[in-house]
Ligand binder design. Structure first.
Ligand code: HEM
Length: 324
């Protein structure tokens, strides 16, 4: 198989650069996750996710991040394949291989095998993780949603509620009467559309009522929680400005009540730790930012960085599972 020719050092430098970017992202992500541990009904975490979901700079960053992630996977696979092909062709040179490179090679091989396997675990995790969260945000997978109460206070709906209270009739009865009159007097398309839009808004009122009856409000009474996917679609259609958002606070907390999920996440964090522990000094080495004077210090920084990020990640599933 003929692969496009890019010098192996160029590929390594690219892998190191994208790896460094991902290391910084992980610190950011792990720090933001700690907001889930606040018992504030999700006020901080939801505000953070709202910012992440609406700010256009973040959206551009997200596209870059996903591109970088894909590039990282492709480049590392490519490096593996080209290294293997190169290994086969140099296998003839037995004397050279045995004498000097044997010890060096077995060390490099075991590290690159470790990187490959931990990379596969992280990749498998990301597929699951995206199905649990990110794809919900994109609307590809169903999740739990919330919407700000004030965004549902539509003046026409309020008028209908007030009028029905005055008339001592239910809003449905008022609408039925309006429809009957429209049919009798052969009213215009406009009034038929108006009545239809009121009927849609009545559907929204049902959603609000259900949320109220089930007590699905956060402490600050700002959010209606636990909308179903269909309810969210109704809200989007009838009142697009309310644009219900995924309730990631609730979803994360729900997820970590499941011991299997806690275990899967913990396994990933172990793989992530091993991956990062090697990636950190290796990125420095490739980018030429390492020399014999600092190599020990960089190695230690790598270990501390990997511990820091993994402990921050680990805290969320464990503490949520323990109900803390
Ligand atoms: C306790 C552990 C974790 C929790 C609770 C968590 C939670 C979340 C949530 C709620 C989102 C969607 C947020 C949004 O898009 O606004 C998300 C997105 C994402 N997560 Fe995680 N995550 C965890 C660990 C990880 C790990 C270990 C990785 C990488 C190895 C990772 C990579 C990503 C990526 C790439 C995205 C999509 C980009 C983004 O939306 O920022 N997550 N995570």
């Amino acid at each position: 198989m003929e692969l496009p020719k890019i010098h192996s050092i160029t590929k390594k430098i690219l892998v190191a650069l994208v790896g460094a970017f991902l290391l910084i992202f992980l610190l950011f992500h792990a720090t933001a996750n700690l907001f889930v541990l606040r018992h504030d009904g999700g006020a901080w975490y939801s505000a953070f996710c709202h910012f992440m979901g609406t700010n256009w700079i973040v959206k551009v960053f997200e596209i870059i991040l996903l591109g970088v992630l894909a590039l990282h996977v492709l480049l590392t696979l490519w490096l593996q394949v080209t290294n293997r092909l190169a290994g086969v062709s140099s296998a003839d040179n037995r004397f050279f291989k045995r004498r000097y490179h044997e010890a060096q090679k077995s060390k490099t091989d075991s590290t690159s095998k470790l990187m490959m396997w931990t990379g596969i675990v992280i990749f498998a995790f990301l597929v699951m993780h995206f199905c649990q969260f990110y794809f919900v945000k994109l609307g590809w997978v169903k999740g739990e949603y919330m919407v700000k109460v004030e965004k549902l206070q539509d003046p026409e709906m309020m008028q209908l509620v007030q009028y029905s209270a005055q008339m001592q009739m239910s809003p449905e009865e008022i609408l039925a009467e309006m429809e009957q009159q429209a049919a009798e007097y052969g009213e215009s398309d406009e009034s038929t559309r108006y009545i239809a839009s009121l009927r849609d808004k009545l559907g929204v009122m049902d959603i609000v009522q259900r949320a109220q009856q089930e007590g699905n409000f956060s402490e600050d009474m700002q959010w209606i929680r636990h909308l179903t996917y269909d309810e969210r679609q109704t809200l989007r259609r009838v009142m697009p400005e309310s644009d219900p958002e995924p309730d990631f606070y609730y979803m994360v907390r729900e997820l970590f009540h499941n011991p299997l999920m806690v275990l899967l996440y913990l396994i990933t964090f172990v793989a992530l730790f091993m991956h990062m522990r090697h990636a950190f000094p290796s990125a420095f080495q490739t980018l030429g930012l390492n020399n014999y004077k600092y190599s020990r210090a960089i190695e230690i920084c790598g270990i501390v960085y990997a511990w820091l990020i993994c402990l921050m990640f680990v805290a969320v599933p464990i503490l949520v599972y323990l109900g803390l």
